[in-house]
Write a protein that binds this ligand. Structure first.
Ligand SMILES: Nc1ncnc2c1ncn2[C@@H]1O[C@H](COP(=O)(O)OP(=O)(O)O)[C@@H](O)[C@H]1O
Ligand SMILES: CC(=O)N[C@@H](CCC(=O)OP(=O)(O)O)C(=O)O
Length: 284
């Protein structure tokens, strides 16, 4: 790259940092993007760098793959309805152990080791989420629907320099533990905080129009077309809750939502500073 081209890149990045300063970016880190070689270190680095540049970061993580692995070891066969895990009493215990225990604490300690200040929260902590049983897909057990997000707790921690790392497990008003899809939780948090952007990191480049080939990556998607692609069956499985949460988030005031390949090193920096070059952007 020539010197003048490099300068252009620096300038673009500096202007973007200025535009995002003091705004909130919600990042959802999906289980299927976890564990690719070297990628996790760059994600943690990016998050700490962005926070140090004055951008508020909230990281919501999933861990569906790991939950399925542990469940299978315990003789439970994972079952999904429209991308949501059928969650019986035994499964919800596995979900809480894996998400709020193992994965949340691992990410918190990685951020702290990298020079950031991270706090791990589940929906239970500080009353982050109020929830009730989600019956929109029939009765699929202890799957929750978020009724409200306590944005204040996230604001207080953010203002004090903390990066909030959120596990999508919470209690319902009935005192039971509920499993919430991490995309849905991230969308609710983004809407609750009036975030500038919601970034979903996953294991595909973005949304494909034709699942068989890379050439069909959709760069930009309006909410109506996104819903139509679900109806036509082009979008299915774990991509359904992703699209639904993006659609809901942008309807409720989040400026943009982006689905990007989280297996790529520095995926978050690319999503913020090379917006047109990566993933699928969902706008109203
Ligand atoms: N139209 C589509 N374009 C891309 N991926 C799709 C589409 N429809 C369904 N998918 C599936 O959605 C998956 C991502 O969802 P999921 O496995 O739940 O990831 P995560 O763990 O990141 O939440 C992709 O790996 C892909 O198999
Ligand atoms: C209700 C429901 O489906 N909950 C999810 C929560 C974890 C998650 O969403 O993880 P990913 O982002 O890695 O898919 C589950 O049990 O798998």
């Amino acid at each position: 790259m020539q010197a003048f081209e490099r300068v252009e890149v620096f300038k673009r990045a500096l202007f973007s940092v200025r535009d995002y300063r003091e705004k909130t970016i919600v990042i959802k880190y999906g289980g299927s993007a976890m564990g690719s070689e070297g990628q996790e270190d760059t994600l943690i680095e990016d998050i700490v760098l962005l926070k140090n540049s004055g951008i508020n970061i909230v990281l919501v993580h999933g861990g569906g793959k790991k939950i399925s692995e542990v469940s299978q070891k315990l003789g439970i066969t994972p079952k999904f309805v429209n991308g949501l895990r059928v969650t019986d009493e035994q499964t919800v215990e596995v979900v809480e152990m894996v998400l709020s225990g193992q994965i949340n604490k691992k990410i918190v300690s990685q951020i702290n080791r990298c020079g950031g200040k991270a706090v791990g929260l589940s929906g239970k902590d500080g009353g982050l989420f109020t929830a009730e049983k989600d019956l929109s897909n029939g009765d699929i057990g202890f799957v929750g629907r978020i009724k409200s997000v306590n944005a204040k707790i996230l604001d207080i921690l953010s203002r004090e320099g903390y990066i909030c790392v959120v596990s999508p497990v919470t209690s319902g008003e009935d005192g039971r533990t509920y499993n919430i899809n991490a995309d849905t939780a991230a969308g609710e948090i983004a809407a609750g905080l009036g975030a500038e952007k919601l970034i979903l990191l996953t294991d595909v480049e973005g949304v494909y129009e034709d699942r068989s080939g890379k050439t069909s990556l959709i760069r930009s998607l309006k909410t109506e077309r996104a819903l139509e692609l679900i109806k036509r069956g082009v979008i299915d499985g774990g991509m359904i809750p992703k699209i639904m949460c993006c659609v809901e988030a942008v309807k409720r005031g989040v400026k943009k939502a982006q689905i990007v390949d989280g297996r790529v090193p520095h995926a978050v920096l690319l999503a913020l500073f090379d917006e047109d070059g990566v993933g699928t952007t969902i706008e109203k």
